[in-house]
Design a protein around this ligand. Structure first.
Ligand SMILES: Cc1cc2nc3c(=O)[nH]c(=O)nc-3n(C[C@H](O)[C@H](O)[C@H](O)COP(=O)(O)OP(=O)(O)OC[C@H]3O[C@@H](n4cnc5c(N)ncnc54)[C@H](O)[C@@H]3O)c2cc1C
Length: 369
């Protein structure tokens, strides 16, 4: 049911505008409001907080279907659900959940999540943004880069340093609402792909936030963020799978239609073997994702499984999109056909929520411990 709903919605309301939004770097906020009405913006949120109360299988299914049509929308859907909403859902107290989750689940509010800074990406532990308690408020100074929905977001969960630099125990997670004094957004990035997913800086200049906005206790923020990313990586794997499938389906159709040397190019072994490799890798990625989603639903550790799914699926997305462009030949290199966009969008998957190199570090650490 979720698959059909997400597929129909993407075909009807997203597909016709994909290139227009991409060219203009337009973040189509109304699409997210519509997805909120459909229950896709609070897909993992229990019904008591206004969500759909689904599990990870339904969640990844929705992301795959949307990403098959547009990676940008898939990325924003994943960031809103897994990161901002997921963080509050997992670590918020009852008051915080009642206050923010219904707004996020309905998409009345769009969520952002800030871990990365200009000088600390993979090495997030050494972040510079600080929060100092002053009476009943935290005073926050610093900035975050590459933040999805940094401008259009109504609320952000932000990791800040409340203790010693470079120590996990020195980081805390705080919720900051739009309009808080001293909180603004910075420049919007002009990106290679995922152009309809807004990415900007967040700036904190003596930003004051009530101390009740702290999630969990002081010093727990880094641990929380790593746990949030365990779930988030499953959704980025689903995003990658959607892109790989979209590119594959386009390539299959084109290979059957395009004739050279008096026959469809699909009849050349050089082309059909590419399709065979793509299909095999896509199925393998799907199984890794389903396994991670199943473990997540059962409350088992997914540290290794989500990294494996994210690492493999994102590299598959890049390979499939590259081969799809090759199968389209010169036409694949133009914006008149869909595969060049899959090609540009796919690369984000090997970078966001931890690069492929970082996933290999996580996997190796897990298997060697
Ligand atoms: C479109 C987009 C959206 C994003 N959205 C968000 C968001 O909403 N919130 C947020 O907090 N962040 C977000 N990010 C940031 C993203 O998570 C980081 O870009 C990513 O973690 C990598 O960090 P970096 O860019 O600083 O690269 P760096 O950490 O500088 O890495 C550069 C290169 O060095 C490699 N490298 C680094 N350390 C090691 C190591 N120990 N061993 C081997 N290789 C290593 C990396 O793999 C990479 O190839 C987003 C990024 C993009 C592009």
């Amino acid at each position: 049911m979720v698959q059909e709903m997400a597929r129909d919605f993407a075909e009807k309301y997203i597909r016709p505008y994909v290139m227009e939004w991409d060219e203009a770097q337009f973040f189509p906020i109304d699409i997210f409001k519509q997805m909120g009405e459909m229950g896709l913006m609070g897909i993992l949120v229990p019904e008591e907080y206004g969500g759909s109360g689904f599990g990870y299988q339904e969640y990844v299914t929705a992301i795959v279907e949307v990403s098959k049509v547009c990676g940008s929308i898939g990325l924003s859907l994943a960031a809103h659900n897994s990161l901002c909403t997921g963080h509050i859902l997992t670590f918020g107290n009852e008051d915080q959940k009642n206050r923010w989750l219904p707004k996020l689940a309905s998409a009345e509010w769009i969520g952002a999540w800030g871990l990365t800074e200009a000088n600390t990406g993979s090495d997030a532990l050494r972040m510079n943004t600080t929060a100092v308690l002053d009476g009943d408020e935290y005073v926050i100074n610093g900035s975050k880069t590459w933040i999805t929905h940094g401008k259009s977001g109504d609320i952000a969960v932000v990791m800040v340093r409340t203790g010693e630099k470079g120590r996990a125990g020195g980081i805390s997670a705080i919720v900051i609402e739009k309009g808080s004094p001293g909180f603004t957004h910075g420049k919007k990035e002009n990106k290679l792909g995922m152009r309809a997913s807004e990415t900007t800086e967040l700036i904190f200049d003596n930003c004051r936030v009530p101390k009740e906005n702290l999630l969990g206790i002081e010093g727990e923020g880094f641990k929380q963020a790593m746990k949030v990313l365990d779930g988030g990586r499953i959704s980025i794997a689903a995003l990658a799978l959607g892109i790989a499938q979209g590119a594959f389906l386009a390539a299959v159709d084109y290979a059957k239609e395009r004739h050279q040397f008096g026959q469809p190019i699909a009849s050349f072994q050089g082309i059909s073997f590419k399709l065979a490799d793509m299909a095999t890798e896509i199925e393998a990625a799907e199984l890794l994702i389903k396994n991670a989603a199943d473990r997540k639903n059962r409350g088992l550790s997914v540290v290794k499984q989500s990294s494996m799914a994210k690492y493999y699926a994102s590299e598959v997305a890049v390979r499939c999109a590259t081969e799809a462009v090759q199968i389209f030949g010169g036409y694949g290199y133009t914006k008149d056909f869909p595969v060049e966009k899959y090609y540009r969008d796919s690369k984000l998957c090997t970078i966001g929520e931890g690069t492929s190199e970082i996933q290999k570090i996580v996997i190796a650490r897990e298997i060697l411990k």
